[in-house]
Design a protein around this ligand. Structure first.
Ligand code: NAX
Length: 326
């Protein structure tokens, strides 16, 4: 029998947590044969919601779910963890300055990085879902010097999946026919959803859609989709974010074959992105690692968009550096 894996979700009492943990427990994260010990990390304000969610998990009688633990202690939460989904964060409030945002998140992701460093399993994989994802991943990694930096990733899979959804609808093809889409840069409105290498049913997408739709509708709609969802449902994306987190980890562990996807990973200097930044790239899941897809040609339009988003990442890194968080 497959040994159980320890999975920890932070912010499990929140709205993403409420849909994410049921998908994990059902087997969608690690497949239908891997039993799971699930730990839910919360702060006092979210503890009751997490406790209630734990009761409902028990009531689902999931065959793979071995245990559920609710705790407010990061050291306990990350002891022996193999998959850590860092969802709880302090998102930007209206009018909040970038530095204040990064500082309050530093107080969350610094201690969580330390706790991961102390107790995580040797195969630990960390996905940051809580905004600002790229820089929170950078901070957590900086506080976990014994864990390879490549094990810290940031979620841009929701942006990627949003792009797939828009292209499939526009072209009238099933989602699996589309490949080669990339979301570059920061998980923010500066991100660049790039179709220049994308294909649908093997044909280049650039020949199937017009320029005006790409620049006037596709790119801004994907980049601002989070806002569109808030306007439509009165709350931010939750089930789609949880679904993207499942996809990100599943592909990281199981691989993507020849296809590619997008993830925020630590830069090795590829495509002119400064080394060490956590940036969204085209990636393939290979042998349990995310590898940046190499040697893509980057046209002038793409170059300017990528550079613009990377400049924002550099500003965020400079801000957390000045706060002493790196
Ligand atoms: P909620 O406010 O519903 O839930 C957040 C939960 O985190 C709360 O229960 C809170 O008590 C808990 N929390 C806060 N600090 C914590 C800490 N130090 N340790 C443990 N738990 C803590 O937010 P929700 O809608 O679930 O969103 C969670 C995060 O995901 C936000 O930062 C949000 O901005 C981000 N998102 C990221 C997306 C992405 O694509 N990367 C998309 C969706 C979402 O906007």
């Amino acid at each position: 029998p497959t040994p159980p894996m320890n999975v920890t979700v932070t912010g499990a009492g929140g709205q993403i947590g409420y849909t994410l943990v049921f998908r994990i427990a059902s087997g969608a994260l690690l497949g239908p044969t891997t039993p799971i010990n699930l730990t839910l990390l919360e702060i006092p304000g979210g503890r009751a919601a997490a406790e209630g969610t734990a009761l409902e998990l028990q009531d689902c009688a999931f065959p793979l779910l071995r245990s559920v633990t609710v705790t407010e202690d990061p050291v306990r939460a990350f002891d022996g963890v193999s998959i850590a989904l860092l969802v709880g964060s302090r998102p930007r409030a209206v009018g909040m300055e970038r530095v204040a945002l990064l500082e309050s998140n530093g107080r969350i992701f610094g201690p969580q990085g330390l706790a991961l460093n102390e107790g995580a399993a040797s195969d630990v994989r960390v996905l940051v879902v809580g905004n600002p994802v790229n820089t929170n991943a950078l901070v957590a990694s900086a506080f976990a010097p014994d864990i390879p930096a490549e094990r810290f990733t940031a979620m841009t899979r929701l942006d990627h999946n949003r792009g797939l959804g828009q292209l499939a609808a526009r072209l009238g093809v099933p989602v699996p026919e589309i490949d080669g889409l990339t979301v570059w840069g920061n998980h923010s409105a500066s991100q660049y959803p790039d179709v220049s290498h994308a294909t649908a049913g093997g044909r280049p997408v650039s020949g199937l859609v017009d320029e005006a739709w790409l620049t006037g509708e596709f790119i801004p709609r994907v980049a601002n989709r989070g806002y569109e969802i808030i306007q439509a449902r009165g709350a931010s994306s939750a089930a789609s974010a949880a679904s993207a987190a499942i996809d990100h980890v599943y592909d990281w562990v199981n691989g993507t074959g020849d296809r590619w996807t997008s993830a925020g990973v630590v830069s090795d200097g590829s495509y002119g992105v400064p080394e060490g930044l956590v940036c969204s790239f085209p990636v393939r899941g290979v042998d349990g690692r995310y590898e940046i897809v190499p040697n893509l040609s980057i046209d002038a339009f793409s170059r300017a968009r990528i550079d613009n988003s990377v400049a924002e990442l550099l500003e965020e890194r400079a801000a957390v550096l000045s706060l002493g968080l790196l």
